[in-house]
Design a protein around this ligand. Structure first.
Ligand SMILES: NC(=O)C1=CN([C@@H]2O[C@H](COP(=O)(O)OP(=O)(O)OC[C@H]3O[C@@H](n4cnc5c(N)ncnc54)[C@H](OP(=O)(O)O)[C@@H]3O)[C@@H](O)[C@H]2O)C=CC1
Ligand SMILES: CCCCCCCCCCCCCCCC(=O)OCC(=O)COP(=O)(O)O
Length: 310
């Protein structure tokens, strides 16, 4: 046995580890080269995950176009990035473009402004979004529309507006920040879950249709992240929810999630779930045992209703 170990198994083991390390190294080098100097547009860069994505892509040497509604917050972020410590790669001063994704008219003008910054776009990260809290029976159609405009129609319109220039160059990468709720629906999130399911469906179609032009599509579905998403959420009557939910507060750090987004984009992943075991299992349960999943969700709705009424 000792003879076999020393003459066959150990060299084989070292060989495998060596090949694996070399593969990882090459993958990292390819990823860095892909993102260095790439023109990356990030929507919702004023806060939360978008803001952290701006930092990691900036540090990776990307040429950024930062988008959001709040012009001052975008300028502030640009200054913060410029003041950040020197990195190993050359960094570039970001451009900013302020517009409202829920305003279809604004997207046409914003696209022209985005394309003027560097002349083309390599990566579009559709990150901006709002969440929602409410019962379906109490929710006004205007609230459903607002969530769909921000999370679905806006990103779809921006993507479509940027596609012709990507197709012409036969180069580009579209990223959609969806959610675990783009894979499963949980009670009292109807408009949000619907917008994220629509996002998943649209960008899955886009991936298939863009393959001929070598344009990549990545859909990223995170679980809870510690941002202001719940605070900024809209309620059934259109007012701001204004509460930092426990689930949000206990969510992953946006810094870590932004690093995972950078890696997913760099590796040109097609579909990525960034969540703990339970949400990941829930996705399987929804597919393999839908009846059981629906019972669990109904019980969750009962409990939530009870705790609200008590
Ligand atoms: N936090 C979480 O638990 C999770 C978040 N996600 C997703 O991550 C993405 C980022 O959210 P997160 O960082 O958490 O939340 P934040 O509320 O911190 O950030 C949302 C961003 O979207 C922008 N935004 C909102 N509405 C509009 C609009 N009408 N037009 C343009 N920009 C808009 C905001 O910018 P401004 O207000 O300046 O316009 C802000 O920069 C969202 O798509 C969300 O669904 C997914 C899973 C979990
Ligand atoms: C085989 C055993 C399987 C057990 C499965 C039990 C079912 C557990 C349900 C788990 C539900 C997870 C929901 C996760 C939701 C989530 O991560 O959402 C991310 C967001 O987008 C958050 O937005 P919100 O506005 O809702 O805070």
């Amino acid at each position: 046995m000792d003879f076999i170990t020393s003459t066959a198994i150990l060299p084989l083991l070292f060989g495998c580890v060596g090949i694996f390390s070399l593969f990882k190294l090459l993958q990292r080098m390819r990823m860095k080269a892909y993102l260095r100097n790439a023109v990356v547009v990030i929507t919702g860069a004023t806060s939360g995950l978008g803001r952290e994505c701006a930092k990691v892509f900036y540090t990776a040497g990307a040429r950024l176009v930062l988008c959001g509604r709040n012009r001052e917050a975008l300028e502030e972020l640009t200054k913060e990035l410029a003041a950040s410590l020197a990195t190993k790669v050359q960094t570039h001063k970001p451009y900013t473009v302020a517009f409202d994704l829920a305003d279809p008219g604004a997207i046409v003008a914003a696209t022209a402004e985005i394309l003027q910054c560097f002349g083309y776009v390599d990566v579009l990260i559709n990150n901006a979004g709002i969440s929602y809290r409410g019962a379906i029976v109490d929710t006004t159609p205007d609230v459903d529309k607002k969530v769909m405009e921000t999370n679905y129609f806006g990103p779809v319109a921006l993507t479509k507006a940027l596609l012709p220039s990507m197709i012409k160059r036969r180069q580009g990468h579209i990223v959609a920040i969806s959610s675990i709720q783009g894979k499963i629906s949980i009670p009292f999130r109807s408009a949000y879950a619907a917008s994220k399911h629509a996002t998943q469906a649209f960008f899955d179609c886009l991936r298939a249709e863009m393959e001929q032009y070598e344009i990549e599509v990545t859909v990223i579905s995170p679980g809870y992240i510690h941002t202001n998403l719940s605070v900024n959420a809209v309620t059934a009557d259109g007012s701001k929810y204004g509460v930092m939910d426990k689930t949000t507060a206990q969510g992953r750090s946006p810094v870590e999630v932004a690093r995972d987004v950078l890696a997913a984009v760099g590796k040109k992943k097609k579909d990525v779930i960034l969540a703990d075991l339970l949400p990941s299992l829930a996705i399987y349960l929804r597919t393999l045992a839908p009846g059981l999943f629906f019972s669990l969700m109904a019980s969750r709705a009962r409990k939530e209703r009870k705790s609200k009424n008590s």
